[in-house]
Design a protein around this ligand. Sequence first.
Ligand code: NDP
Length: 337
Amino acid sequence: TTVFVSGATGFIAQHIIKLLLEKGYHVVGTVRSTEKGDSLKASLNSDNFSYEIVPDIGVEGAFDEALKKHPEVTVFLHTASPFHFKTTDPEKDLLLPAINGTKNALSSIKKYGPQITNVVVTSSYAAISTAEMENDPSHTNNEDSWNTVSWEQAISNPVHGYRGSKTFAEKAARDFVEQEKPNYVLATINPSFVFGPQAFSSQVGDVLNTSSEIINNLLKLGPDGTIPPTVGGFVDVRDVALAHLVAFEKPEAKNSRLLLNSQRFNSQSILDVLNKSFPQIRGKIPVGIPGSAPEALAKMCKIENERTRALIGQPLIELEQSVVDSVQQILDTKPDL
Ligand code: NDP
C-alpha cells in the first residue's frame, strides 16, 4: 500500500511517516522545497519514501501533479496546515491556506485519485471546543462537539484565527464528502496540544514547532521568569501518529473523529515534571507552586473520548512520560542548557 502524506516535514507528519515505513507501507510525502525533501529523505533513510514538491497547499490544483504521478496511492493523509500565531492577517495566513488547502486536496483526489479508498484529515481539538466551553467545568466535550467560532471572530486575532482555520477546514472536508459522495472513506484526527520528542534529534533547534515550544519555552524562562498561563489538553505525538494509521486501517473508524487527548495540563504541571525528573535544570527554571495544577485544571471542562480510546486500543501516553521524553531529547542535543 502506498500512502500519500501532505506536509511531510511537519512535527506530527514525520512521526506518521516513520511509523508507516516501519510497518512496511510505501510513502509519498509532499514538501515545500527540494532542500526540505532531501533533508527529510536523508533522515528517513528508506527507499520506500519519496517526495513531491507542493510549495503552497492554498493554490488551486496544488496536489494535481503529485497525484497524477502516483496512481499507486490508495491512502491520503492530509496533515499540512499552518500552525503558528505569527501573523497580523489571520485570514490570509491561517484561515485561507487551511481551508483552501483541504479543499484542494479533496478536489485533486476527485480528479486524479479515483483509486483512493481512504482520506484522513488532521483536524484539531481546536475544531471541537471554544474558549467559553473550555472554561465551563459543567461542560463536557466529546467526539461530537464542535467549535462554534464565527468567521468575524476568527479573523480578529491569530489565536481565534488558528482555531477557526481548523474548524472551517474540517467542516469543508465533511461538506465536500457529503456533497460529492466520493468512493473513499473520510476520518479526521482531532488532537489537543501535541507533545513528545521530535522524530529526529536533528530537528531540535532553538525554537521548536508551536506545541513543542510550550515545553521548550519553559526551559528558557530562568528561575524568576513569568510562568505562561498556558492550559489545555495534551496528547503524545506517537499516539497521534498511531491514530492516523488506525483511522484508515480499521473499518470501524469510518467517518469518525478521533479525539486524541490524554490528560489536561498547564504550565505548572509541566514544571512539576521538569523539577522532579531533571535535577540538572533545577534552579534554572521556575518552581511555581508545586502540586497546584489539579485545582486549576478542575475549573476546565471535561473531555470524554472513550470511543477514540477504544479504537486506538492501547493506553495513551501520559504527561510525565511525554514531557520527560521531549526534554531528554532537548538536553541530549544541548548539554550546556
Ligand atoms: P508543523 O508546523 O510542524 O507542520 C505543519 C506542516 O504543514 C509543515 O510541514 C509545513 O511546511 C506545512 N504547511 C503549512 N502551511 C503550508 C502551506 N501553505 N503550504 C504547504 N505546506 C504548508 O505542525 P504540526 O506537525 O504540529 O501540525 C500538523 C497538523 O496537525 C496541522 O494540521 C495542525 O493544525 C495539526 N494539529 C497540531 C497540533 C499540535 O499541537 N502540534 C494539535 C492539533 C492539530 P513548512 O514547515 O515547510 O512550512
